[in-house]
Design a protein around this ligand. Structure first.
Ligand SMILES: N[C@@H](CCC(=O)N[C@@H](CS)C(=O)NCC(=O)O)C(=O)O
Length: 142
């Protein structure tokens, strides 16, 4: 199994963390985004979106951190990580969506601006981080 990775990427970190939690080894292939390695034809053949992370496991080529987490949980982890009952599935989808939306657009973007000097709306990102993430609950979470 190979993970196309970028050390500082939060999306890649989620996947590396979960691999560690379930004791699953993956060969890491770090891409140089500044050099545009993620837009080269050979990588676009693996992930047409030209983003990291992407996972290759046998015949499977899968991009998107949420999709990879679901795949790893179903393929390699104990069912406690991904229970199949309707309530658990709804809550898991809620948290994955929360990570991709509120966390990404709030603390994720604020981090990019503060640590890496990227030209983002820093005040807006910090406001979203405080306003939307303060409750620390996904929709429907008791
Ligand atoms: N929805 C994707 C987003 C992936 C993403 O935005 N990756 C960034 C690094 S954190 C990237 O590759 N950016 C380069 C680009 O989009 O060109 C996921 O959850 O994996």
């Amino acid at each position: 199994m190979k993970l196309y990775d970028l050390t500082l990427s939060g999306n890649c970190y989620k996947v590396r963390l979960f691999l560690g939690l379930i004791g699953q080894h993956a060969e890491l292939q770090t891409l140089d985004l500044r050099a545009g390695e993620h837009k080269r034809a050979d990588y676009l053949a693996i992930n047409p979106r030209g983003q990291v992370p992407a996972l290759v496991d046998g015949e499977l080529q899968l991009g998107d951190s949420q999709a990879i987490l679901v795949y790893l949980a179903r393929r390699y982890a104990d069912e406690r990580w991904y229970p199949l009952d309707a309530v658990s599935q709804g809550r898991i989808a809620g948290w994955l969506s929360f990570a991709a939306n509120e966390i990404h657009h709030g603390p994720g973007m604020a981090r990019l601006g503060k640590l890496f000097g990227m030209p983002i709306d820093q005040a807006g990102a910090q406001h979203k981080a405080l306003a939307r993430c303060a409750a620390r609950r996904a929709p429907g979470q008791a």
